[in-house]
Design a binder for this molecule. Structure first.
Ligand code: UDP
Length: 333
């Protein structure tokens, strides 16, 4: 039985392919390279010393998808395909709903046709909207997402819940990621956004490598220890390992729809990240304090207990590792 990985050349997808191959899974990977590079596929093979089938295609292409299910014995699907830029989703909501929601539906409907009912979904902590309590547990209220990207994640979660309610032979893991950062320690794969990054860590990395002049810190008047926003940053390799554990859970007898936070449970401020990045990489990150970014929340971090108890998931990498690995990848490019 093989695992179909959609969006396997992307940031989280590529790291997960590495961990799956290391754990002995056989893979079929698809990607349309709309936000990733073809060279990533070779790099996954170099890191692991293992081979897998790869198809360059859009996961909305149902006939090609069917061909994959006919040609391979697929046992489970992990879905990383989808658009992920928050700001862009506000500009292009239709594109986001088509690619993320319709894409997931085409995939799920094809799975149903071929009798494949194990599904791992890349969701996001953004589904919690404005948190009512911190740390966030999986039973916290979801909804009132603040942008179409977040709403696509919320809608797909609801679709999965409805599918499971209608047919309890499905086996589904919804993984709510907190803030994935860092890169593989080889420096061969990592986060490589086009243009000016929106997220903190890739922005800092571009300042460190002098591609951008200075970081703007969006507000230092939040009710946090130093006034800057606090988030739960998780090393992408830890996050990738969470997918292997989730697949193992789906391989067990008991069927279900399981929801897990994948975070560390630790909150770090923007200034913590800047200071740590400077220290471990021996670089300077010039910054200025600017206005708060619209829609930003002061403090957001996970309670990771459920994933620890039910999956055995514990994030082991430190903030030093996250900053070091992010910079190593950028320096090697
Ligand atoms: N942030 C910042 N400057 C930037 C990008 C982000 O000060 O150029 C802050 C942002 O306000 C938040 C934290 O860094 O407090 C993490 O932001 P990111 O966009 O990476 O993640 P998200 O807000 O989606 O959790």
């Amino acid at each position: 039985m093989k695992i179909l990985v959609t969006g396997g050349a992307g940031y989280i997808g590529s790291h997960t392919c590495v961990e799956l191959l290391n754990a002995g899974f056989e893979l079929v990977v698809i990607d349309d390279f709309s936000n990733s590079k073809p060279t990533v596929i070779e790099k996954i093979k170099t890191i692991t010393g293992k081979d897998f089938s790869f198809y360059e295609m859009d996961y909305l292409n149902r006939s090609l998808l069917e061909k994959i299910f006919k040609e391979n014995e697929i046992g489970a699907v992990i879905n990383f395909a989808g658009y992920k830029a928050v700001g862009e989703s506000v500009e292009k909501p239709i594109d986001y709903y088509i690619n993320n929601v319709s894409g997931a539906l085409v995939l799920l409907d094809t799975m149903k046709k071929y009798g494949v009912k194990k599904f791992v979904f890349s969701s996001s902590a953004t589904v919690y909207g404005e948190p009512k309590k911190i740390p966030l547990t999986e039973d916290c209220h979801v909804g009132e997402t603040t942008n179409p990207y977040g709403t696509t994640k919320l809608f797909i979660e609801q679709i999965l819940k409805d599918i499971y309610r209608s047919d309890s032979t499905w086996d589904i893991a919804i993984l709510r990621y907190f803030n994935p950062v860092g890169a593989h320690e080889s420096g061969l794969i990592g986060e490589d956004p086009e243009g000016i990054p929106n997220n903190l860590m890739p922005y800092i990395t571009k300042v460190a490598s002098h591609e951008l002049e200075k970081l703007s810190i969006f507000g230092n008047d939040y009710d946090t220890k130093d006034g800057t926003g606090v988030r739960d940053y998780i090393h992408v390799v830890d996050l990738a390992k969470g997918h292997v554990l989730a697949l193992n859970k789906l391989d067990k007898e008991e069927k279900g729809l399981f929801v897990y936070n994948l975070g560390t449970g630790k909150g770090y401020s923007v200034l913590d990240i800047v200071k740590t990045y400077e220290k471990v990489n021996n670089v300077e990150i010039p910054y200025q304090i600017t206005e708060r970014r619209k829609g930003d929340i002061a403090i957001y971090y996970a309670d990771p207990t459920k994933a620890k108890e039910e999956l055995g998931f514990v994030a082991s990498k430190t903030l030093d590792d996250m900053c070091q690995d992010a910079y190593r990848f950028a320096s090697k490019k």
